[in-house]
Every structure is written in structure tokens, then in C-alpha cells.
Design a protein around this ligand. Structure first.
Ligand SMILES: Cc1ncc(COP(=O)(O)O)c(C=O)c1O
Length: 457
């Protein structure tokens, strides 16, 4: 059914009826189907291995499994369905494009023109040079090639535990897995990023000292590189690493630091963009325009469409990297991304994400004082993290508690993402207040139960 412009299709969900469990999940049908799949598919994520449920339907913030259990979605797939599952405007736009024209390589199409013009209108500053891709990783790879073409330099700086994808250069930007270590490409260097809960450099009062990080970066560039650094590549907020948020002075100071050295600032916003944190770009929270930025996940709300965008002065460099791909910018992809931006505008969803941030902050406000295992809570828009620790003085990570809280809450009907000792939450930004409150209550109950079970109450 066609959605009326601006209609909030998700607002009338009956929170009192959710979650709705008809059998203990994963139920018999989930188990049977998962057993068949896992006899063939390999390399499943921890999210699935820890809770092998089989989803069949999704609408808005509600997921339904094959046994008929209905869950509140607090993961958005994997930070993807920012506007909820099957947003009518997005689904209809994709279906229409699929019945009109599916692929025309990188020829201009009318829907592409509309998307490009809309995208550069909503992005901040002079981010005006765009190329479209089909995964976050390919957009990141194109960003790296662009940085080299724009500067004539070869080396890259990035941060401990940031994540940028799983191809050769993308894994070279991140050392999150033992397998990647020895095969990282030469000229890629990792540096620590500021983490206010675990500051490496702190002032006398314990607060994080941003200047000291910049001093380390300066010294590293002098002593640890060939002086040929093209770009500093960072996630604005470390997503996969645990929703780690920088202090507010970090990005403005890093912008100046990069400018002084002719180093490009490359913000990988695959996870944080398009409303996830209450802005089109997370970097807007600090009034910083990156030179290169990558968009993904919520950009197509589930349809695989991503983008690499550069400031006007670097747009010519994109012409020199052989930028096009088979699927980038296909009509269905353009239709999905355009519909997402239009829905964000029509339904005031950036405001909605900021409203939910307040709600989430209020719900978590007492967790660190009330629960012995909660070391830190943080939120920006609809991106949250809760650090579970064995001891608040030593901040020793409590992985076992993280795993148990994930499974306990899932059993209660909350679909979400596990991550070692850090609980990561990324609900759709279209959640009603009542549903958001309910989900947070499930998490709190689960923390309390796990704390008691592990003898930390
Ligand atoms: C910040 C960031 N960059 C890049 C990627 C890779 O995106 P994709 O999985 O679409 O290739 C991800 C995926 O999680 C991400 O979070």
C-alpha cells in the first residue's frame, strides 16, 4: 500500500503487545532451518552463532521469526535498517525501479540525477564529488585510491580497533583480527584514538588530554612513517569496536592537525551516517567537514548502496581512479537511497533520533551507579554502548557477562548485536517512545539477572 507523504508508518505499533513469544527462541522451526543452512554455509558471525534464530519478516522495529515469535529490533540488521524494516516508501521505490530498469552501468539515469542532487544538498560544506558503490568496503577502497590520487602520497594513518571492511586495504586500516596482522599492506599505520572511558593520556583531574594524542600522532609521522601520509582515516564514532565516542574537541583539533600537514581527513561514515546519530553526517556534531567521506548501511536502509563523497577541490582526483563498478548507482540502488533521504526529511527523522537519544540517556542514567558490572554508558542519536567490567577500578572487560546479557535479552525478545564486553545497541530511528522504553527495560533486567547469576550483585 502506498505510504502517504510524511506518514509515520511505524508510530502506531502496539508496544504493549511486544515482544511476543509463542515458543522459547530459537524455536523448533528456527533450529531445523538453521541446522540445514549451517550444514552448508560457513563463517557465520558471532551474532548468529550465539543465537541461531531464523527471521522471516520485518516491519518497522519488529522482527518475526519462523516460529512466530516477534522481537523488538535493537540492531537494525547490523546498523543497516535505520528507517525500520520495509519502510513503505523505500520498498515501493525499489520495486518500481526493479520493474523499470535494473542496470545501466554508470550511464546517467533520471533517478541517479535526482539522488545525486538531493545528496549534495543535504550533506554539509562543499562535499560535492560523488561516486556510488554497493558495499561499504568498496567505497572505502575507492576513498583510499582517491586520497592517493589527490595528494600523490601513499601512506595512511588509522586507529586501533576502528573497522573499515574486509578487503585488502580495508583490513590494512584495521587490526581487529589476528588473521589480518601479518598480511596488512605496507604503509598503513595504526594509532590509538581517544576513548574517554579509557584515556591513554589524561590530565591531573583524570579527563582525557586530546593534545597529548595529537603530540603522539605528530611524533609518529616524523619517526614512524616515510613522511608520505595521504590521509588519516577514522570512524567518527567507533562502531564495531563498541560505540566509542571521541571527546568533543578531538575532530576540530584533528582537522587543524591534518590541514597543517597537507594530510586529508577521511571520515568513514558507513555506520554513522544518514541519521544514525541524528545528523546526515556524524561529523556535523563537531562542525567538521571531512575531505573524503564514505556512506553506507542506512544510506539504502537495507538495499546495498553506498557512496564515496569528496570535497569539491578533490573531485578531479576521483576521475583518475577508474571509479565505476558493476552495481554502483544502479537504478534500484538510487531509488532506495533517494527514498531514504526523502523519508528522513518528510518524517523529521533526524529530530526523532535526537529525541530518542534523550530517552536512552535518561534510561541509562543510573546504570553505572546501580550495577556493579556497568562501567560506562554512552549514546549519540540511536547509537549506544554499555561497557561491562569485572571491576570498576581496573575496568577489566567482562566478556562472559556481555555474552550472557546478549543471550538473556534475546530470549526475552530483543534482537540485537553482541560484542564481547561492550553491549552495542543501534535501534531504528523510527522507534516509538513506548517501544524504546520497553527495549531498554529488557536490557536493564538482563544486566541485573546476569550480574546476580555471575555473583557480582
Ligand atoms: C565503519 C565501517 N566501514 C566499512 C564497513 C564495511 O561495510 P560493508 O560490510 O558494507 O562492506 C563497515 C561495516 O560494518 C563499517 O562499520
Amino acid at each position: 500500500m502506498a505510504a502517504a507523504t510524511g506518514e509515520r508508518y511505524w508510530a502506531d505499533v502496539d508496544a504493549a503487545a511486544l515482544p511476543h513469544l509463542v515458543t522459547a527462541p530459537p524455536g523448533p522451526k528456527s533450529r531445523e532451518l538453521h541446522a540445514r543452512a549451517s550444514g552448508i554455509i560457513r563463517g557465520l558471525s558471532g551474532q548468529v552463532r550465539l543465537f541461531p534464530v531464523v527471521f522471516e519478516k520485518g516491519h518497522g522495529c519488529v522482527l518475526e521469526d519462523v516460529d512466530g515469535n516477534r522481537y523488538i529490533d535493537f540492531s537494525s540488521g547490523i546498523y543497516v535498517t535505520t528507517l525500520g524494516h520495509c519502510h513503505p516508501k523505500v520498498s515501493e521505490a525499489v520495486a518500481k525501479a526493479a520493474n523499470t530498469l535494473m542496470n545501466a552501468h554508470d550511464f546517467t539515469t533520471p533517478i541517479k540525477v535526482k539522488l545525486l542532487e538531493k545528496l549534495v544538498e543535504v550533506l554539509p560544506g562543499d562535499l560535492k564529488g560523488v561516486q556510488l558503490y554497493d558495499s561499504g568496503t568498496t567505497a572505502v577502497e575507492a576513498g583510499l585510491r582517491t586520497c592517493r590520487a589527490a595528494t600523490g602520497r601513499q601512506e595512511f594513518l588509522s586507529c586501533f580497533r576502528d573497522f573499515h571492511g574486509k578487503t585488502g586495504h580495508a583490513v590494512s586500516l584495521a587490526n581487529t583480527n589476528k588473521l589480518y596482522g601479518p598480511t596488512r599492506s605496507p604503509g598503513f599505520y595504526l594509532l590509538p584514538r581517544p576513548d574517554t572511558y579509557r584515556p591513554l593520556f589524561a590530565r591531573d583531574d583524570g579527563s582525557l588530554d586530546t593534545e597529548k594524542y595529537l603530540e603522539l600522532y605528530a611524533s609518529f609521522i616524523t619517526n614512524g612513517t616515510a613522511g608520505d601520509v595521504a590521509a588519516f582515516v577514522l570512524e567518527p564514532i567507533q562502531g564495531w569496536g563498541g560505540s566509542v565516542m571521541p571527546p568533543d574537541d578531538f575532530f576540530p583539533k584533528l582537522r587543524a592537525f591534518c590541514d597543517e600537514r597537507g594530510i586529508l581527513l577521511f571520515a568513514d561514515e558507513v555506520l554513522t551516517s544518514m541519521g544514525r546519530t541524528g545528523k546526515y553526517l556524524c561529523m556535523e556534531h563537531w562542525d567538521v567537514t571531512p575531505d573524503v567521506v564514505t556512506l553506507g548501511k542506512g544510506f539504502g536502509n537495507g538495499f546495498p548502496v553506498t557512496a564515496m563523497v569528496v570535497r569539491e577541490q578533490y573531485a578531479d582526483a576521483v576521475d583518475r581512479i577508474s571509479a565505476s563498478t558493476s552495481y554502483g548507482g544502479n537504478p534500484m540502488a538510487c531509488a532506495a537511497a533517494l527514498a531514504c533521504i526523502e523519508a528522513i526529511e518528510e518524517e523529521n527523522l533526524l529530530e526523532r533520533a535526537m529525541h530518542l537519544e534523550d530517552l536512552f540517556r535518561r534510561k541509562m542514567a543510573h546504570w553505572t551507579s546501580k550495577y556493579n558490572i556497568v562501567g560506562d554508558t554512552r549514546v549519540k542519536g540511536c547509537l549506544m554502548g554499555v561497557e561491562l567490567v569485572k571491576d570498576k577500578a581496573t575496568k577489566e572487560p567482562f566478556d562472559e557477562a556481555g555474552k550472557l546479557v546478549y543471550q538473556t535479552a534475546f530470549r526475552k525478545g530483543l534482537a540485537w548485536i553482541p560484542a564481547g564486553h561492550i553491549l552495542r545497541m543501534s535501534p531504528p530511528i523510527v522507534m516509538s517512545d513506548a517501544l524504546a522504553e520497553k527495549a531498554m527495560d529488557i536490557i536493564e533486567e538482563s544486566i541485573a539477572e546476569v550480574q546476580a547469576k555471575l555473583g557480582y550483585a
